[in-house]
Design a protein around this ligand. Sequence first.
Ligand SMILES: [Cu+2]
Length: 225
Amino acid sequence: MSFGGRLSVVLGLFVVAAGLAVWAVVGFMLPTTPTVDFTAAQPSGAPVDLTVQTVGTIGFGAHPTWVSYLVKNPSGQWVHSTVWKVPAHTRINLTIEQYDSGSPLRNQQWGLVAGTTGGVATLNGKPIALYDSNSGNGVGHTFSIPTLGISVPLVGIADDAKNPCSQAPCTTDFDHNVIKVSFVTPGPGEYPWQCYVPCGLGFLYGNGGPMSTLGYMGGFLDVTA
Ligand SMILES: [Cu+2]
């Protein structure tokens, strides 16, 4: 190869490397999920009503086929976000609308309701402390905050549900379960939360894709003073 040819190969590789570096830096800097603020409109000390939903396929965005959480912002609009800013030392009344189906858990531990006020959740109005995922519709996801010892199994809708939702945000006209818990936030800090059911269909052991991407099956409680 001539000197000129080799020089253009080197320059070409340099341009590709520089392009990749810029792409990586920009990708790292851009926010992947917006923070939804529940502190601004909140009278000090009053409980925060937090409503979220889980869907089997979000139906829009970069990964329309992925499972996801969404949250209802203080103005009542559904937002594709898993980072929620909440006040410290405050009771959170969490309502989870679960539109996804379920399956038996690989680890029965995740059928346990833990760390919530009274150690219970309500499933469609009935209190539960433990859900046997080998019975009924199984469990689709969990809502778990490991550092606070909080975990809630999200019981699935029936596999043969007549009116499943395939496009988020889902309205309550579609088949769903309502799971409610309360818990009290600790002092200020960033508390990661996640789903522990390997629900990333099509990824290695179900733990890739939405399970390992902020904005889908995990996020942060941004607890502020
Ligand atoms: Cu999940």
